[in-house]
Ligand binder design. Structure first.
Ligand code: NDP
Length: 301
């Protein structure tokens, strides 16, 4: 199996480089040109003609897209670029996947929902993004679905990885210097590890290639739920229990309304993962398990 991986150095892309390697030949690209067995190639999603050419040069059996415009607040003002990368590039990938008879594996977000209520979102629930990033991600999903290509789309939430910056590491850094932290307590979701996102995509893809009826949209997040505030407390308590010297004494819960940002955020980011678990006979761990692993790495324990 020949796989073209786009966005190889993002949180999820990095883990996909590892996880996909057991499936076959992986041509992994970021936005910059690099010499490959298929010539000099770039996977720049803002260059739609170039992206199409890259896919045609490789001729993959599977396109895995881990690249995205993920700057949620900046997307409100950089609209054209956000839409090109998150939606129009998906259309190009999907069209080329149809032409090649290839699978397209893609990631989306709970931000396609409006965040109302407290019930975990199902794949069939009504979508209504509250920010422009969510709007572009939804358009990307729809373009993939409309193309008729074989696809797996995983909607997820609150992604973290051991590599790079993330909320947990930011909390640890701030907790070292500041006596108190204010953290949003009324947005609820599940922190999702990039490792889990990569490993589940591989497991699902392995099944889908022999059973194409499994294609579609799936919600993917670990079990359990938390708020950013409780997540921050979990991280800080864990670090302290493992010998980190932290200045922080108070972690104060605040409301979303007390922390205005250019893009609105949904309050309810809970995802119902039943369809994924049932369709692929998968077990999803509690969110604390992956966060603990990431913290052990970050703290070098
Ligand atoms: P990251 O922000 O870690 O990585 C995104 C990657 O996309 C980066 O490597 C970035 O490259 C690349 N990229 C951005 N613009 C372009 C472009 N024009 N051409 C090529 N590559 C580009 O994101 P994650 O790994 O966290 O996200 C993976 C997926 O999960 C995305 O689809 C995202 O929408 C989704 N998701 C993420 C969530 C999160 O909390 N992060 C939550 C829910 C869903 P560069 O470094 O060069 O900019």
């Amino acid at each position: 199996m020949k796989i073209l991986l786009l966005g190889k150095n993002g949180q999820v892309g990095w883990e996909l480089q590892r996880a996909l390697s057991v499936l076959g030949e992986v041509v992994a690209l970021d936005r910059h040109p690099v010499a490959t067995a298929y010539g000099s190639l770039a996977g720049d999603l803002s260059d739609l003609a170039g992206l199409r050419e890259t896919i045609r040069s490789v001729g993959p059996d599977v396109i895995v897209n881990a690249a995205a415009y993920t700057a949620v607040d900046k997307a409100e003002s950089e609209r054209d670029l956000a839409r090109t990368v998150n939606a129009l590039a998906c259309q190009v990938m999907a069209e080329e996947a149809v032409r090649l008879g290839a699978w397209l594996v893609h990631y989306s977000t709970d931000y396609v929902f409006d965040g109302s209520g407290t019930t975990p979102w199902k794949e069939t629930d009504t979508v209504a993004p509250v920010n422009y990033y969510g709007t572009t991600k939804l358009e990307g999903e729809r373009m993939i679905e409309a193309s008729g290509c074989k696809h797996l789309i995983f909607r997820t939430s609150w992604v973290y990885a051991a590599r790079g910056n993330n909320f947990a590491k930011t909390m640890l850094r701030l907790a070292k210097d500041r006596p108190s932290l204010n953290v949003i307590a009324d947005q609820i979701g599940a922190p999702t590890g990039a490792e889990l996102l990569a490993d589940v995509a591989v497991a699902a893809l392995q099944q889908a290639v022999v059973k194409p009826g499994l294609g579609g949209i799936y919600h993917l997040a670990p079990m359990g739920e938390t708020s950013w505030h409780a997540y921050a407390k979990f991280v800080i308590d864990f670090a302290r229990a493992h010998g980190e010297l932290l200045a922080v004494e108070a972690v104060n819960p605040i409301a979303t309304t007390e922390y205005p940002t250019p893009a609105s955020r949904p309050l309810n980011s809970r995802l119902n993962t039943e369809k994924l678990r049932d369709s692929f006979s998968l077990h999803l761990p509690d969110w604390q398990r992956g966060v603990t692993r990431m913290l052990m790495e970050a703290l070098n324990k």
